[in-house]
Design a protein around this ligand. Structure first.
Ligand SMILES: [Ca+2]
Ligand SMILES: [Ca+2]
Length: 235
């Protein structure tokens, strides 16, 4: 009888642990044909079921909680899709004051998002970035300029990295296509990619980032690919 109870307890713990692990797996649906990277999310209806949200102080990994003024200050909803050639990411960001005064390798000091991808799976047995691991930064266009991007942790010279933004008073949208075909990664159903998302927020002109929020809640993914979550490519 006692052994039976212990067995039930072990099974219960195993179930909780398994459920917890499964909850970390993210899903990307197959993109419709004719994706247009224009900062308008007309093609993204199917992906909304698997929306990823960064919407509270618990995602803050660097910066100052005293600068965080709730969901109108900074929050994001993200969608991910794929086809054989591209990984697509869309972000709907709420940000009441948008400043993109730092660019290039300093783009992380501006308002914007970050996308971490490992195209050869999740690197739990390694920490350093390899040839198909990337940290991307994207920022919306401001004052009639262009949207900005930067790639950290990888020297690949992209020729077909596509991104466009639309900006409103209360925030911005970014739509992105990462050309996996450029480094011979053919995406297919059932693949698991390493993946993470971040938002950077500054609320003052020509002033570096105050807050950095990350979906995985790990602040060191910029230097450690084992921090990435799992993204499953589904239909
Ligand atoms: Ca579009
Ligand atoms: Ca801001």
């Amino acid at each position: 009888m006692k052994q039976g109870r212990i067995l039930v307890l072990i099974l219960l713990v195993a179930l909780i642990v398994t459920t917890g692990a499964m909850a970390k797996e993210l899903s990307a649906v197959k993109a419709p044909k004719g994706m247009k990277i224009d900062g308008k999310l007309t093609e993204w209806e199917k992906a909304k079921k698997y929306a990823l949200k960064i919407d509270s102080l618990e995602y803050l990994v660097a910066g100052s909680a005293s600068e965080y003024e709730g969901n109108k200050d900074i929050a994001g909803t993200f969608y991910v899709m794929w086809d054989s050639q591209y990984l697509y990411v869309a972000a709907e960001i709420t940000d009441d004051k948008i400043f993109v005064d730092h660019t290039g390798a300093y783009l992380f000091q501006s308002d914007g998002i970050q996308v971490f991808v490992s195209f050869d799976g999740v690197g739990y047995d390694r920490t350093s970035y390899g040839p198909t691991d990337f940290q991307f930064g994207f920022a919306p266009q401001v004052k009639g300029g262009f949207a900005e991007s930067h790639v950290w942790n990888n020297n690949h010279k992209f020729t077909d990295l596509q991104f466009e933004s639309s900006t409103s008073n209360g925030g911005y949208i970014l739509e992105i296509a990462i050309p996996a075909y450029e480094f011979d990664a053919e995406l297919e159903k059932g693949m698991l990619l390493g993946f993470d998302l971040g938002i950077t927020d500054t609320d003052y002109e020509k002033t570096p980032q105050q807050n950095y929020l990350i979906l995985s809640k790990h602040g060191d993914g910029w230097g450690n690919v084992s921090r990435f979550l799992e993204l499953l490519l589904i239909d």
